[in-house]
Write a protein that binds this ligand. Structure first.
Ligand code: 5GP
Length: 204
């Protein structure tokens, strides 16, 4: 099982993870995306089994107790988690799989799979992040403020990630992520050093 094929992408809510990932998959359709479990309600346009497995709190807690979850976290009042079996199946098949999870999930994955690559997606600025969150809608003002606060806290974790990419332009960002993924998969395991250069203009 080649752990270098396990790619974690984290970044604050609203930084464009899903859009960038969609573009990455257009560029390389062989890359799989893990579908997480969550207890949050679907947003308009989201589909069960595609964006998330939307489950009840009770079912999620059962999954934790039964050891189904590789990792999980509570985020803004809801649970989110990754199925261990699904990830192992992808890795056994030799498929590159991307997990879009929060920073706590990212560090938990790295504990179990030290060869995994942690890639952090940065918004160009907090102002731009706020604008994107407002534009996206789907959450009330209070929930949005909570997400912005979490976003600021999450950005402090960027230096613990293996790669940091700023999402100024979706296409450029997707190409940069794909190059990083390919380089990681080809690197000798002992040379997988952290690259924690944080772009200066971010100011976090
Ligand atoms: P959203 O509600 O915006 O879809 O996701 C909220 C946060 O939960 C995002 O930071 C997202 O990356 C994270 N998330 C989604 N799935 C998982 C998961 O399986 N595990 C963890 N730890 N975080 C997740």
């Amino acid at each position: 099982m080649d752990e270098r094929k396990l790619i974690v992408i984290s970044g604050p809510s609203g930084c464009g993870k899903d859009t960038v990932l969609r573009r990455i998959r257009e560029l390389d359709p062989s890359i799989a995306v893990n579908v997480s479990y969550t207890t949050r309600a679907p947003r308009p346009g989201e589909t069960d089994g595609v964006n998330y497995h939307f489950v009840t709190r009770e079912r999620f807690l059962d999954n934790i107790i039964n050891g189904v979850m590789l990792e999980y976290n509570e985020y803004a009042g809801n649970y989110y988690g990754t199925s261990r079996e699904t990830i192992n199946r992808y890795l056994e098949d030799g498929t590159t799989v991307v997990l879009i999870i929060d920073v706590h999930g990212g560090s938990n994955v790295k504990k179990f799979y030290p060869g995994a690559m942690l890639l952090f997606l940065m918004p160009p600025s907090l102002k731009e992040l706020r604008r994107r969150l407002v534009q996206r809608g789907g959450v009330d003002r209070e929930a949005m403020e909570a997400r912005l606060k979490i976003a600021e806290d999450e950005m402090l974790f960027a230096s613990q990630y293996d790669r940091v990419v700023v999402n100024r332009d979706i296409d450029e960002c997707a190409h940069e992520c794909l190059e990083a993924i390919r380089a990681w998969e080809l690197a000798e395991p002992e040379s997988l050093n952290q690259n924690t250069d944080i772009p200066e203009e971010i100011g976090c």
